[in-house]
Design a binder for this molecule. Structure first.
Ligand code: IVH
Length: 702
């Protein structure tokens, strides 16, 4: 079971199955675990400056998330890591809203990823074979990003990235960093926002830790954490005393453009007094990018500062503009990461964890080993096929790897060192917690306990989900308290949480509870008696029903009574299900899970009990601010102004849904030159057909 103590296992479900072969159920379940794991590591990395996994591991999680979302776009969760950057600004510093969002970067790992990146961009921009497409390739500095605002050449504000929209105000501390100019040389534009990486040289990091040790101060795990910790000081003079460095590599708001290319912008920044990285090079094809990657990789150890890859950026700013961004990352840039670090250790045991939806997940317990500066003692084994495929056995010596900030994985077994008496691992066919049969449906990778909420492990995880951040989010009531209250028998279903006030006297005797904390907890629970419908539906923890789907369901049903009526055993369930499938982005298997949840008597009971305890706020409908928002658009024929991908991206950016085929649900067909059967079908269905020009006028993009 996963409790708070082993929360670093929260993302252990990093799958290896090819998304194309996965069921929607599996993908949804994996995306849910990924969201949880990535949020956990984001907090460790950005919030606490204390990562528990390597960057390479983290990147693997993010990459896996992207891979699944690409194949299952309907499953993109509203809490998806792809829609979010970093963590919210920490308390203690004021907040600054970035004039332009601070983006993150998509990652590539293989040569093929890099070649694809170039091909995708060429296609997006509809470039001909002879059109030049230049990139810059520069080291990816392992520090923390800052946005520095200069007005009339003077530093007025400095902010961390935060969640990408809002960061921490670190102006006072940054003023003490001598590597960051307080006033600019030359003639910079009136408003100039410079983005770059604050970092610490390895030599200074080692010296700082030695001094910290002497003074019994905090020891930093790596230069990145040392830089972040040095910046986030209450006392600005401490920051000033640390030798922090800064490389400028991008722009935010600028009143007058510096140049028409990234390379020239960097040169301008240099002339204003910033350090820009000397290894930044202009390349005109992927061979040159890969050669530069290899060159930087070979110099990595001698650079004096940590880098974790090479960043490729489209050089022309007008191209960058057109390429825009997807979710949290620009389409025009890619981080080519260095490979994961590996280590050998012994696999002592394989434990099976049971999740909220009954999934049995194998976890490798390892003899602790240091990989990339972090001690690893657990690794994911994904599922039973993975164990069989790699023939992983208890007692084996294994190679593990941490790539990015993700959960460690077992790469392979050193079979030549295997003990002669080792036995193949037998995956249990019953739940290790409640002993009910654990079934693996045909074609699925995951085996599940069949006991639903009668399984104590599933119930416990279900309750933890109920109080989690995106669900009821009750302050002072987290996984640890749920563990405690379940053990005491005070809580066995969600409604019990709202009856905890009756336990007030018993609580007084509990470890860690004083009058004030009890009052706070009970007040926080009271405050959640009134809550939005979509949160409630999400909190029910139904398989495949993530935040985005919960919202769609809340909009559909509007009231809890309507939901209960439509899912009642005596209701016409086929009609109710058919209505749900009609909702865009809700598929058959989601509906089956949703209806299935309510057909179990125990679940219905628990939900009715909960509904009686709380007051549900109906969902707000989104305002339509663009004429195409919420509309379904189909593009056909050849567009002259832009590629299909660019047209699609713009429409989606305005809240439209772009579909590949015309149906009665289509609102507009945008017909380019030589539009064929789709245009005829649209005409037959009475769908409005727009020319490319008419469409551009409509979206105000002419
Ligand atoms: S460009 C819009 N260039 O990597 C693009 N980022 O993983 C903004 N980073 O948030 C980023 N070196 O903190 C860029 N040469 C470089 C970089 C770099 C390090 C960091 C930066 C960014 C993160 C994304």
């Amino acid at each position: 079971m996963s409790g708070d103590h082993d929360k670093d296992l929260s993302g252990l479900r990093l799958g290896t199955a090819s998304p194309a072969t996965m069921t929607t159920d599996e993908a949804a379940a994996e995306l849910a675990s990924l969201a949880e794991a990535i949020a956990f590591h984001d907090q460790r990395y950005h919030g606490d400056d204390a990562p528990v996994v390597t960057d390479a591991d983290y990147d693997a999680l993010v990459a896996r998330n992207g891979e699944l979302e690409a194949v299952f776009p309907a499953l993109v969760r509203s809490d998806s890591p792809s829609l979010r950057v970093g963590t919210p600004a920490a308390d203690g510093f004021g907040k600054i809203r970035h004039a332009r969002p601070m983006l993150s970067l998509n990652n590539g790992f293989t040569d093929e990823d890099i070649i694809d990146f170039g091909t995708r961009i060429r296609r997006f921009l509809s470039l001909g074979e002879d059109d030049e497409l230049a990139f810059t390739a520069e080291p990816k500095i392992d520090g923390l990003s800052l946005s520095l605002r200069y007005e009339k050449g003077r530093l007025t504000q400095a902010a961390t990235r935060g969640d990408g929209t809002e960061g921490e105000d670190v102006t006072a501390n940054v003023r003490g960093v001598s590597a960051i100019p307080a006033t600019l040389a030359g003639s910079p534009p009136d408003i100039l926002e410079v983005r770059g990486e604050l970092y610490m040289d390895r030599r200074d990091f080692i010296a700082l830790n030695a001094a910290q040790k002497q003074a019994d101060g905090k020891i930093f795990a790596n230069p990145r954490n040392a830089a972040a910790g040095s910046l986030r000081q209450k006392d600005a003079s401490v920051t000033a005393s640390r030798n922090l460095q800064f490389f400028a590599y991008a722009l935010g708001e600028v009143s007058t453009p510096l140049a028409s290319t990234h390379a020239d912008s960097l040169a301008a920044l240099k002339s204003f007094g910033f350090s820009v990285n000397e290894l930044s090079t202009r390349c005109t094809d992927s061979d040159a990018l890969l050669a530069h990657y290899a060159k930087i990789g070979s110099q990595r150890a001698d650079l004096g500062y940590d880098i974790d890859g090479v960043v490729y950026k489209v050089d022309r700013h007008d191209y960058q503009e057109r390429l825009g961004q997807v979710a949290r990352a620009p389409r025009w840039a890619l981080a080519h990461k260095f490979p994961a670090e590996q280590a050998e250790t012994v696999l002592n045991a394989i434990d099976i964890q049971v999740g909220r939806t009954g999934a049995l997940t194998p976890v490798a317990r390892l003899a602790p080993v240091t990989v990339g500066g972090v001690v690893v003692s657990n690794a994911t084994l994904h599922n039973e096929d993975e164990i069989r495929r790699k023939d992983i056995r208890v007692g084996d010596r294994v190679v593990i790897q941490r790539a990015g900030d993700v959960i460690p994985q077992v790469v392979r077994v050193l079979t030549e060192m295997r003990q002669p008496d080792s036995a193949e691992f037998v995956f249990p066919d019953s739940c290790p917690e409640c002993h009910a049969p654990a079934i693996r449906p045909e074609g699925e990778a995951v085996r599940r306990c069949t006991n639903a909420l009668d399984c104590p492990a599933q119930r416990l995880e279900w309750l933890k989900h109920f109080v989690s951040r995106d669900a009821f989010d009750i302050e002072g009531l987290g996984a640890r308290q749920i563990d405690q209250f379940v053990t005491l028998g005070w809580v066995s279903r969600p409604a019990d949480i709202f009856r905890l006030a009756a336990r007030r006297d018993d609580m007084v005797g509990l470890d860690g509870y004083g009058d004030i904390s009890i009052n706070n907890l009970l007040a926080a629970i009271e405050a959640r008696r009134s809550i939005g419908f979509e949160r409630v539906i999400f909190a029910l923890g139904i398989r495949q029903i993530g935040q985005a789907t919960a919202r769609l369901l809340a909009l559909h049903y509007e009231t809890p009574d309507a939901l209960m009526a439509a899912t009642a055993p005596d209701a016409d369930q086929d009609t109710s299900a058919a209505e749900l499938v009609e909702i865009d982005q809700i598929g058959d298997s989601m509906v089956a899970d949703f209806m299935g949840f309510f057909t179990r008597e125990g679940n219905r009971d628990a939900v009715s009990d909960l509904f009686a305890q709380i007051s549900i706020i109906p969902p707000e409908r989104p305002a339509d601010d663009s004429p195409v928002s919420g509309k379904t658009i189909v593009f056909t024929g050849t567009l002259t102004g832009m590629s299909r991908a660019e047209a699609k991206a713009r429409a989606e950016g305005l809240g439209a849904k772009v579909s590949g085929s015309v149906s009665a649900k289509t609102n507009f067909l945008v017909a380019g030159a030589d539009a064929g059967s789709k245009a005829r079908k649209a005409a037959a269905l009475g769908v409005t057909v727009l020319s490319e020009e008419e469409w551009l006028t409509m979206i105000g993009g002419n």
